[in-house]
Design a protein around this ligand. Structure first.
Ligand SMILES: C[S@@+](CC[C@H](N)C(=O)[O-])C[C@H]1O[C@@H](n2cnc3c(N)ncnc32)[C@H](O)[C@@H]1O
Length: 222
């Protein structure tokens, strides 16, 4: 049974209401892609938490990366493979209490489950994390737990890019996030740097009356 938090998102998918979805690769990802790859001791393997049916998944795979995603909505994953015309298989994945959608070449592995059922024992060794619309999609009360989980999935070598929403304290989702909060949440050794403000806004942004902007951040660890 899905949590209330997830059920709201499933309703959006069922109702064909996905205003966060963008038809082109994210400008921040395209511009700062290098942050996520070419680390000395890990293969290029990129994690997209709460991945939806993002075209960024294919864009990253097309550049030779392994791509791992987590998404609660099965409909989103089915639509992803259909829209991107990628052959895939589906199998039960007891390790996440869900399913694994795998591209035929095994370069794209998308887990259909609650992010909180995912762990480093399922997939690890990420060179990069592309966290777009993820932190802000979760309820405030789940944020600490989410950051703790992400911390277990990364190392000092992982390049971490996030897009966060800057807004007044309006009701979410998307929930307000600050760079300071992330820095404190990820703990000692973490530095958060604002890289850019997004210029190509997704549809939902036009319906957030108190929106200040969408920012792309880099999160580094030493
Ligand atoms: C704002 S969308 C962002 C999707 C994607 N990152 C993109 O850029 O298009 C948030 C996504 O998170 C999924 N989601 C929400 N809560 C989740 C959870 N607890 N576990 C896994 N996925 C979740 C939703 O179904 C939705 O597709």
């Amino acid at each position: 049974m899905a949590s209330d938090q997830i059920q709201g998102w499933l309703n959006n998918w069922e109702g064909d209401c996905t205003p966060w979805h963008m038809s082109d690769v994210h400008e921040g990802l395209a511009r700062y892609y290098k942050v996520l790859v070419n680390k000395p001791s890990v293969q290029n393997k990129i994690f997209l938490p709460l991945c939806g049916k993002s075209v960024d998944i294919k864009w990253l795979a097309d550049r030779g990366n392994e791509v791992v995603g987590v998404e609660a909505a099965e409909m989103g994953l089915v639509e992803f493979f259909a829209e991107q015309n990628i052959e895939y298989s589906v199998e039960a994945a007891a390790s996440v209490k869900g399913k694994l959608f795998r591209s035929r070449d095994n370069k794209i592995r998308l887990y259909c489950c609650d992010i909180f059922d995912f762990s480093a024992s399922v997939e690890c060794g990420f060179s990069g994390v592309w966290d777009r619309g993820s932190i802000e999609a979760l309820e405030f009360e789940d944020r600490k737990r989410y950051i703790e989980l992400m911390r277990t999935l990364i190392s000092s070598e992982t390049g971490y890019l996030a897009e966060i929403v800057e807004r007044d304290l309006g009701k979410g989702p998307p929930y307000y996030v600050t760079a300071d909060e992330l820095e404190a949440g990820f703990g000692p050794g973490c530095t958060v740097t604002k890289l850019m403000t997004v210029t190509k806004l997704p549809e939902y942004a036009f319906h957030v009356p108190d929106l200040i902007g969408l920012n792309v951040l880099s999160i580094t660890f030493n």
